[in-house]
Write a protein that binds this ligand. Sequence first.
Ligand code: SF4
Ligand code: SF4
Length: 342
Amino acid sequence: MHVTRRDFLKYVAAAAAALGIDAAGLGGLERALAASSSPPIVWLQGALCTGCSVSLLNLTNPGIEDVLLNSVSLRHHSNIQASAGDLAISCLVDDADTFNGEFILVVEGAVPTAFSGRTCIVGQRDGAEWTMLDAVSELGAKAKYVVSVGTCASFGGIPKESPYTASKPVAEVLGATVRNPVVNLPGCPAHPNTIVGALVTLLTTGMPQLGTGRQPTAFYPTTVHRRCPRLYSMFTQVGSNGCYFLKGCRGPWTVISCPVHKWNNGVSWCIQANMACIGCAAPDFPRKPLLAYGLANARVDWRAHQVSGTSLAPMTTPAIPSAPVTPPPGGFVPMMRISPWS
Ligand code: SF4
Ligand code: SF4
């Protein structure tokens, strides 16, 4: 199915509430998309699983092929661009010079810094290996906006756990060299609507309002817990209906819009599918273990949260109890009575 630019604008208009774009912003989008010389989007991939790219390619209504062909100027992305090797790298470098201060740099994956970044090579440049560290540092300083897609780019994610690569979040690597604050779009993977919506926002209205984790508040308004349909419901086993707080659910500490956007074209999401939230969009992801059973652990987490003063600060991993928490006489009480958020 061919989706025209008008169709795409309709999609954006439908999502305007979530995007925070008013009529003036939509006009800006139309102008941005109509311009043949609209600033390109350059997508770099570092230490990653490519899950965020797969997530983007799963965009529906409109399909990603129509967005790429008709609407957004995604000039460089190693999985979908036609060119490869020297040609691809030289075009990328030329575009960064031509659109210096105008283009959007999207980074997927963390940035390995050990051995001067030589554990992650993005390609050959002038006959020498070009490290992800050098590419992000050079392009990040030239870009108008830098977007970290996924938890690995935003907070380090799974690659930061490696003792060998010293992988770091993009914002930490770039420091003060950027023209605008790095925009984080955490999630493992990031949601396709969030990726496209954030890029459209940057193209039309500029920098969005960011939360304490640098996430756009339009797409990361509050915790999973606060919008969870199981809030205040009785504790049950994972795999059955009910709140998973005592099974270690990370919803209270994870800021993202999963209960609203859902996944797979709005079909379902983790808790609707009877699984606890593992906090894949949180700065401390992945925790070990991902879920920890028991009221005792929940209390440890809550105390750490109170001490840190923010739901986005790293927290220590609570110890796994040697034995399951013994239910109180009469069984577990409703969430409402044990929850510090009630
Ligand atoms: S603890 Fe988890 S399952 Fe329970 S209400 Fe919060 S987000 Fe939903
Ligand atoms: S509900 Fe939690 S684990 Fe599931 S996608 Fe959202 S943030 Fe990730």
